[in-house]
Design a protein around this ligand. Structure first.
Ligand code: MG
Length: 252
């Protein structure tokens, strides 16, 4: 091939690769389809003590203070804090960090109530919301049937986890999340969708999944342009779920 032809082919391949890497996948299953197969159960082993905090991490919750958190209206977060963890308090509402974050590595430890109450989505439900828009589901998925894209560690309404790595109710569990925020052009058009890799109790449950847009109940809404940094949210879904040892590493 002539040099000029080679350059043209290289550019064409590059553009094609870009287009492919930035396209939004079509999910074969309707949102919350009960026929979608439940993820296979994998025992992750016993609970661990709180994970060590890397030196360059921003500690979002150290087990003692909610100083870095507020409710959706900007008022002080009213979840209870005791014994090294915070717990969703009745009617306190969801909470969010005062600081905003974009691309990040996030570590979150959580425990669903030891006393099992409710079933399906009503059992140990909460959620970790990247940028307050993209939920990694928190749910007691230990012997608890629900729709696959709403089980523990699901990217809610879009992707079930590769496996169900849930520990028993009351036992501490961990999410380690690598999140790349969506990119928008100056005119608000989507340049690149959000991506997530997630480990549940050390087991890979999402391998660079491409999100279809913000997560939602019974819907898969399209992307809408937003800021490069937004708060991290924790959901009040009416169940006394606990959290401890939350830290984040911003990725440049
Ligand atoms: Mg939830």
């Amino acid at each position: 091939m002539k040099k000029r032809t080679l350059i043209f082919v290289a550019i064409a391949l590059g553009a094609f690769g870009l287009a492919v890497s930035q396209s939004i996948p079509k999910i074969d299953w309707p949102v919350h389809d009960p026929a979608r197969p439940a993820p296979p159960v994998v025992d992750p082993g016993p609970s661990c003590p709180p994970a060590a905090v890397p030196a360059d991490a921003v500690v979002l919750f150290d087990g003692k203070s909610l100083a870095g958190w507020e409710d959706a209206k900007g008022a002080p977060a009213k979840w209870t804090v005791a014994n090294g963890y915070m717990e969703v308090a009745a009617k306190a509402g969801s909470i969010q960090t005062k600081r905003g974050f974009g691309d990040c590595q996030l570590h979150v430890e959580w425990a669903s109530p030891a006393e099992v109450k409710g079933e399906d989505q009503g059992r140990g439900n909460s959620g970790v919301f990247l940028m307050n828009l993209y939920e990694v589901q928190v749910l007691d998925s230990w012997n608890n049937k629900t729709y696959a894209d709403g089980s523990a560690a699901a990217i809610y309404g879009q992707y079930p986890p590769l496996v169900n790595a849930c520990r028993k109710p009351g036992e501490w569990q961990a999410y380690d999340i690598v999140f790349h925020r969506p990119r928008f052009g100056k005119d608000g058009t989507l340049l690149a969708p959000a991506r997530m890799t997630v480990f549940h109790n050390g087991i890979l449950v999402h391998d660079n999944d491409v999100l279809t847009g913000p997560t939602a109940h019974k819907a898969r809404p399209p992307y809408a342009a937003h800021a490069d940094k937004l708060p991290l949210g924790l959901q009040d879904h009416g169940n006394p779920v606990r959290y401890r040892n939350i830290w984040i590493r911003e990725l440049s």
